[in-house]
Design a protein around this ligand. Structure first.
Ligand SMILES: *[C@@H]1O[C@H](CO)[C@@H](O)[C@H](O)[C@H]1NC(C)=O
Ligand SMILES: *[C@@H]1O[C@H](CO)[C@@H](O)[C@H](O)[C@H]1NC(C)=O
Ligand SMILES: *[C@@H]1O[C@H](CO)[C@@H](O)[C@H](O)[C@H]1NC(C)=O
Ligand SMILES: *[C@@H]1O[C@H](CO)[C@@H](O)[C@H](O)[C@H]1NC(C)=O
Ligand SMILES: *[C@@H]1O[C@H](CO)[C@@H](O)[C@H](O)[C@H]1NC(C)=O
Ligand SMILES: *[C@@H]1O[C@H](CO)[C@@H](O)[C@H](O)[C@H]1NC(C)=O
Ligand SMILES: *[C@@H]1O[C@H](CO)[C@@H](O)[C@H](O)[C@H]1NC(C)=O
Ligand SMILES: *[C@@H]1O[C@H](CO)[C@@H](O)[C@H](O)[C@H]1NC(C)=O
Ligand SMILES: *[C@@H]1O[C@H](CO)[C@@H](O)[C@H](O)[C@H]1NC(C)=O
Length: 766
């Protein structure tokens, strides 16, 4: 039985306009929700970045995918009687064998038998059944390389015509390196029988080509998945210099299939129904893997559980040490459940671990920063995402192959319907937005207007009482005992605090709450997208250039094609801001452009609505820019001051108050000790009297100090100054927006009146 998987990174796809292509027929498996006439909320099956259809498979169902830096898309097909097993996409509807037909063994040369036991062939020099491909970028010592993982195990049919998978023999299962600059194999790695078992199944691959990774020869390492349905899954590592290979985590609980797993696809519970075998459950173990960006952590998951795991890669590399397996096992981490079975993985520079989710027609991602799995994209067209590859063009490419409908899982009936597909989505734009939103500290970046509060006052106060504190504070243990007595109601008398002091404390508490509350709301000003509606869908290209740049480019366009090119010109630098006014501006300009393009050729009159929309777009962008200026001012002049007050002044007050509490506890402890034997004050010993006096001195001094610190905090005009700055920044923004919008409203009215006049004239002239 064949299966899922694969991944990669890199590439630029020169695939043509996807919008004009026909939609995939899903054979009634997934319906429009528009057929419902209902007042109820309906799950439309969709979220996340827009999906484009970039390629259709009509001849063979694909498994793995890898996208090269020049845009070439490589794809794999595991073998039954397919013509070839490694292909390259040549146009929207066709692929061809890669690097040539000769290297793809013909179907009648895939298997053999030995003493009546079926085996795959042991051919080292050609492809038998390629499951996965992965591309590594060019390095100083290596060309951009397509790594090809051949299982050596085709699907054949036994005497009853039932599908079965022969064992592998050495030579058949292999890792092959093809240079993408000359399309030639430059190295082949095979495995000894104690590393690749006859019932192993090579399923996926990742690479670390840095010369300094531990336990390697310095020419890089491959991490391979053995997903063995027969039950011995684990990792296989290959030293790319010496060719030495070894296993790790074989049959570790984390790589084993889940017991009796029943996933659901398109709402149907799914058992494994193989022709000629009893009904059973999905048997596959370890499947998806992804390396963290620093190469230190390997994330992984079996196909048939909902758990995500990881292990330090150092433990996968460690070998030639009798304890290596024990260490690896002991260092496995469980990251918990993710809400469904996962298939292939991908990754990005933020360290997010994308996971293909066949049960949900979705891609999820695990975020190591919060330890949780999140939804990324969902679409009814994602009918078994089998492999994904993040290209250098900022798109994630996903192979769709309807796998649950294959004959091997449905009593020999093929329920799939061509075409299969490659879908893509702009993952890089999302990754950049994620990176931009993570440093969430509102004050970290603001530099202007440092607080002008006089911190010297506090400093002097602290110096003054520092002297007495060290010499006369009673030991911590005595204070604690006193505190416990008070808490348990076991105390005769508590020294009262002055009324003024208590009043100050109450006011300080109120001030602190005020600061925290307002900061919680206003820190939104540090989040660019605070008014950007979450349901707006904008692509990488939409965010590529500013309105003024686009208008400028459009004005220079001499043909519809040039205008289109100007409009979709690739991003200049960082993505355009995600604010509500910017989004409106982009939507307006896109509308203006569509109307202009739709104007009949040769028409001399520009479309008035298109004109109005263009003016509006420019104005809205200015409003958006004004909003960003406002936000920057608020961060610098309000948020930074506000949080400094909280952190420094209020903390100073807290510290002084704690000193008061401690001094009071010490004083009461001294009093308590003296009174312990029921003595009256008159009969205290000289020593006891002295201890009490000393504690009283400290107490009074601390109350004085705390009082003065709190008064300083309360008296400072700083917060009001900050507040005025907040109001001022907002006022400037509203004023500026008012001016921009007044002007553009007037100009749009003018266009409207001109149009109305010519409309009336046209009718009167009839
Ligand atoms: C699905 O919706 C689209 C757009 O509303 C419509 O054109 C199409 O006919 C619908 N298809 C089905 C199967 O209802
Ligand atoms: C795609 O390539 C195939 C094979 O080369 C060819 O037969 C077919 O006509 C091409 N289709 C298009 C739309 O160019
Ligand atoms: C390959 O497998 C088929 C069954 O699918 C069998 O008929 C054939 O004899 C096998 N070929 C060899 C060389 O063993
Ligand atoms: C192709 O490139 C590889 C790697 O750079 C090199 O080893 C090999 O000799 C080249 N082969 C041909 C036929 O140019
Ligand atoms: C290996 O080198 C890279 C830079 O190429 C460095 O970032 C990394 O920390 C090094 N790793 C080790 C284990 O020395
Ligand atoms: C984790 O692996 C390291 C070797 O890489 C080993 O020294 C350590 O003992 C392992 N941790 C545990 C808990 O065994
Ligand atoms: C489907 O629903 C989601 C969530 O409500 C929404 O964001 C999305 O725009 C909807 N998509 C379609 C095609 O209606
Ligand atoms: C104030 O404290 C918070 C949390 O303790 C911290 O994140 C922030 O950076 C601090 N701000 C300043 C200006 O020190
Ligand atoms: C509005 O019209 C005035 C006068 O024609 C012109 O100077 C100004 O640039 C226009 N403003 C906008 C936003 O189009």
């Amino acid at each position: 039985m064949l299966t899922r998987s694969v991944l990669c990174s890199l590439a630029l796809a020169g695939i043509g306009s996807a919008q004009s292509l026909p939609h995939i027929q899903t054979g009634g498996l997934v319906q429009n929700t528009s057929r419902y006439e209902t007042r109820l909320r309906v799950d439309n099956g969709t979220y996340g970045p827009e999906i484009e259809e970039v390629h259709y498979y009509y001849d063979q169902w694909p498994i793995g995918i890898a996208v090269a830096s020049d845009g070439r898309i490589f794809t794999t097909y595991t073998r039954g009687d397919y013509d070839y097993t490694l292909g390259v996409v040549v146009n929207e509807t066709a692929e061809e064998p890669y690097p040539n037909r000769a290297l793809n063994l013909p179907p009648d040369q895939l298997n053999t038998s030995w003493h009546g036991i079926p085996f795959g062939v042991g051919t080292k020099g050609a492809f038998i059944s390629v499951q996965a491909v992965y591309i590594t970028s060019q390095t100083a010592s290596r060309p951009e390389t397509l790594w090809v993982l051949d299982t050596g195990r085709p699907t054949i049919h036994n005497n009853n015509g039932d599908p079965s998978m022969p064992y592998a023999q050495p030579g058949g299962p292999k890792l092959i390196a093809i240079s993408l600059s000359n399309n030639t194999i430059y190295r082949t790695y095979t495995f000894p029988a104690d590393v690749h078992y006859p019932d192993s199944y090579l399923n996926d691959l990742r690479f670390d080509l840095r010369s300094n990774v531990s336990d390697t020869s310095g020419e890089g390492i491959a991490y391979l998945v053995d997903s063995s349905n027969e039950g011995r899954p684990g990792f296989i590592m290959v030293d790319l210099g010496t060719g030495e290979s070894w296993r790790r985590l074989t049959q570790d609980p984390s790589v084993l299939r889940g017991p009796e797993d029943v996933p659901s696809y398109q709402g149907h519970p799914f058992y494994l129904r193989q022709k000629g075998s009893p009904t059973q459950w999905q048997l596959e173990g370890l499947d998806g893997i992804q390396l963290s960006p620093d190469g230190k952590t390997m994330y992984y998951s079996p196909l048939s559980t909902n758990y995500l795991w990881s292990v330090p890669t150092a433990n996968l590399r460690e070998h030639g040490n009798a304890l290596a397996e024990i260490h690896a096992h002991a260092n496995v981490s469980n990251h918990g459940q993710r809400g469904g079975n996962a298939n292939g993985f991908e990754g990005d520079s933020n360290g997010l671990i994308y996971q293909l989710m066949p049960e949900h027609n979705a891609v999820y991602y695990y975020d190591p920063a919060d330890g949780q799995t999140h939804g990324f994209v969902r679409d009814p067209r994602i009918l078994w995402p089998d492999g994904a590859s993040n290209g250098e063009d900022g798109y994630m490419y996903i192979n769709i192959n309807q796998l649950p409908y294959q004959p091997a899982w449905n009593n020999g009936q093929d329920l799939r319907s061509y075409p299969g597909a490659i879908l893509r989505l702009a993952y890089q734009a999302e990754a950049e937005a994620y990176a931009a939103s993570t440093p969430s500290n509102p004050t970290a970046s603001s530099s202007t207007a440092l607080p002008s509060m006089d911190m010297n006052k506090f400093a002097t106060s602290f110096q003054n009482f520092g002297k007495t504190v060290s010499s006369s504070v009673s030991p911590f243990a005595q204070r604690s005992q006193q505190w416990i007595r008070e808490q348990t109601g076991n105390v005769g008398e508590k020294t009262e605090l002055p009324h003024d002091y208590i009043e100050l404390e109450t006011r300080i508490d109120a001030l602190k709450q005020t600061h925290q509350k307002l900061l919680a709301a206003t820190s939104q000003y540090a989040n660019e997208a605070y008014d950007y509606p979450p349901n707006i869908r904008e692509s990488f290209q939409d965010l590529g250039k500013s309105i003024s740049e686009k208008v400028n480019l459009l004005s220079k366009a001499n043909s519809a094609a040039e205008a289109q090119a100007a409009f979709t010109a690739p991003p200049s630098a960082k993505p355009q801001p995600k604010t509500f006014p910017h989004a409106i501006a982009r939507a307006s300009l896109a509308g203006s452009q569509s109307l202009t393009m739709a104007t009949p050729q040769g028409s001399t009159e520009p479309d008035p609505l298109a004109q109005g929309l263009e003016k509006f777009a420019i104005a809205e962008e200015k409003v958006g820019e004004a909003r960003l200026e406002q936000d920057e001012k608020i961060q610098g002049r309000f948020l930074s001051g506000w949080s400094t007050t909280l952190n420094q002044s209020l903390k100073a007050a807290d510290k002084a108050r704690t000193a008061v509490t401690n001094a009071r506890l010490s004083l009461d402890a001294a009093k308590g000790r003296a009174a312990a034997s029921g003595k009256h004050e008159e009969s205290y010993t000289e020593e006891q009297r002295k201890a009490i006096e000393q504690a009283e001195d400290v107490f009074v001094e601390k109350v004085d100090e705390a009082t003065s610190v709190m008064r300083n905090v309360l008296d400072t005009p700083e917060p009001l100054r900050n507040l005025a700055e907040l109001a001022k920044a907002q006022a400037e923004f509203h004023q500026r927006s008012g001016e921009i919008l007044d002007e553009v409203a007037k100009n749009i009215s003018d266009i409207q009146m001109a149009q109305e006049t010519s409309y009336r004239q046209a009718r009167e002239g009839q």
